[in-house]
Design a protein around this ligand. Structure first.
Ligand SMILES: C=C1C[C@]23C[C@@]1(O)CC[C@H]2[C@]1(C)CCC[C@@](C)(C(=O)O)[C@H]1[C@@H]3C(=O)O
Ligand SMILES: O=C(O)CCC(=O)C(=O)O
Ligand SMILES: [Fe+2]
Length: 419
């Protein structure tokens, strides 16, 4: 198991990895070479049969279209968590402008991009191969990530952030992505209606849960690599977020691990690739799956993908609707948590991979024991079996005051309290 980093690694004198410059060298630095069992397949893997979901049909209220959409989504999400959305009503000119704007940013000199550098422990800003964040298995990519809030009072958050970060030269960039993120947020709410129907909890349940979403937009830029068989653009992982709406360009490189084999998801400019993330897997009480996926690179052409990561407001309690754990699946599969805590875990303590949610659950349990009982000795005694676990309520300050009569179920035992 990956060691938990108890604090961000010190930013040592890590060599400057400008992947766009590295491509001119014959070899690649050893930090980019992945273990043999994680390297790309020798041949491009077969294409995954991913059902295209006609979203317009579902939202139109046509009974046959709704039934077909909910059945296809239910089957796909139970099996691997990936599906395509077509007839999504997102303007193709907006998508094209978003891709053009991305080129405008990533083609800038490294020194100019560096002014937007992501700060240690934070998820927004520019990153190139995670210089200073990780010391091995570096991804062959550059990224730019920023927050999007669906709340009205934050209606220009993206535009203002980009303007502050990059100046007036990027004003149009900021406007394009303000519009793009708003379109993605609206699209994700329609998909949440579909997911709610497909899980039998009704159209509005998850739509309302994500109305005021506080999401993440991430631009992935994968420069050509002279040794594409030794490295990865994005390593194998499950998205810790709730739902990912991804638009990949014409190049191809997204791969999904299903039934113990890698499959490729071919580019389709008219479709968004949608996948369940860890947080929604917890909201579905494990019924829908957050699927392992990765991105490979090539030696000829840069590849780009636009990933909108839907996230709930940071302090909403991630807890499945009772319908999902009092019948077919009576046990709770994951503890209650907040997205703020899971995001902090991925930014400060653990590199997201295929085991993030399970590792986070264990971290939460240890953390809450320490928090609950304040003593590391107590936790050690529990582990040594010398002390019976006491199931006190979580400290009141850790739960929002408006969550009256909140019920926290945690790993099979539960406690409740009045605030
Ligand atoms: C919450 C997040 C962390 C990562 C970005 C994201 O918004 C969703 C996906 C996560 C990530 C891409 C999973 C693979 C490892 C990672 C470090 C990366 O390759 O970028 C992850 C992102 C991160 O910056 O932690
Ligand atoms: O670039 C891709 O196709 C996948 C990227 C990805 O999985 C991510 O950013 O989480
Ligand atoms: Fe991902």
């Amino acid at each position: 198991m990956q060691a938990l980093v108890t604090h961000p690694p010190p930013v040592t004198a890590t060599p400057l990895f400008d992947t766009s410059a590295l491509k001119h060298e014959h070899n690649i630095p050893s930090q980019f070479i992945w273990p043999h069992d994680e390297q790309p397949c020798a041949e491009t893997p077969p294409e995954l049969e991913v059902p295209p979901i006609d979203l317009e049909g579902f939202l139109s209220g046509d009974k046959a279209a709704m039934s077909r959409a909910t059945t296809l989504v239910n089957e796909a999400c139970k099996k691997h968590g990936f599906f395509l959305v077509v007839n999504h009503a997102i303007d193709s000119k907006l998508i094209a402008k978003a891709h053009e704007a991305m080129d405008h940013f990533f083609c800038k000199p490294y020194s100019q991009k560096q002014s937007a550098l992501r700060k240690p422990g934070h998820h927004c800003g520019y990153a190139s191969s995670f210089v200073g964040r990780f010391t091995s298995k570096l991804p062959w990519k550059e990224t730019l990530s920023f927050r999007y809030s669906a709340d009205d009072e934050d209606s220009n958050m993206v535009e203002n952030y980009i303007l502050d970060l990059m100046g007036t030269e990027f004003q149009e960039f900021g406007r394009v992505y303000q519009e793009y993120c708003t379109a993605m947020s609206n699209l994700s709410l329609g998909i949440m209606e579909l997911l709610g129907m497909s899980l039998g909890v009704g159209r509005s349940y998850f739509r309302e849960f994500f109305e005021g979403n506080d999401s993440i937009m991430r631009l992935n830029y994968y420069p050509p690599c002279q040794k594409p068989d030794l490295t990865l653009g994005t390593g194998p992982h499950c998205d810790p977020t709730s739902l990912t709406i991804l638009h990949q360009d014409h190049v191809g490189g997204l791969e999904v691990f299903v039934d113990q084999k890698w499959y490729s998801i071919p580019p389709n400019p008219d479709a968004f690739v949608v996948n369940i993330g860890d947080t929604f897997m917890a909201l579905s009480n494990g019924i829908y799956r957050s699927c392992l996926h990765r991105a490979v690179v090539n030696s000829q052409t840069p590849r780009k993908s636009l990933a909108f990561f839907l996230c709930p407001k940071g302090d909403k309690v991630i807890s499945p609707p009772i319908e999902l754990f009092n019948g077919i699946r009576s046990q709770r599969v994951y503890p209650d948590f907040t997205w703020t805590l899971l995001l902090e875990f991925t930014q400060k303590h653990y590199r997201a991979d295929m085991k993030t949610l399970d590792t986070f659950t264990k971290w939460l349990e240890n953390r809450s024991d320490e928090q609950l009982h304040g003593s590391k000795q107590y936790v050690k005694a529990i582990k040594a079996g010398k002390e019976k676990k006491r199931h006190d309520a979580l400290p009141l300050d850790s739960i929002r005051s408006d969550q009256k009569d909140a019920k926290l179920k945690y790993l099979g035992f539960s406690w409740s309290y009045k605030i």
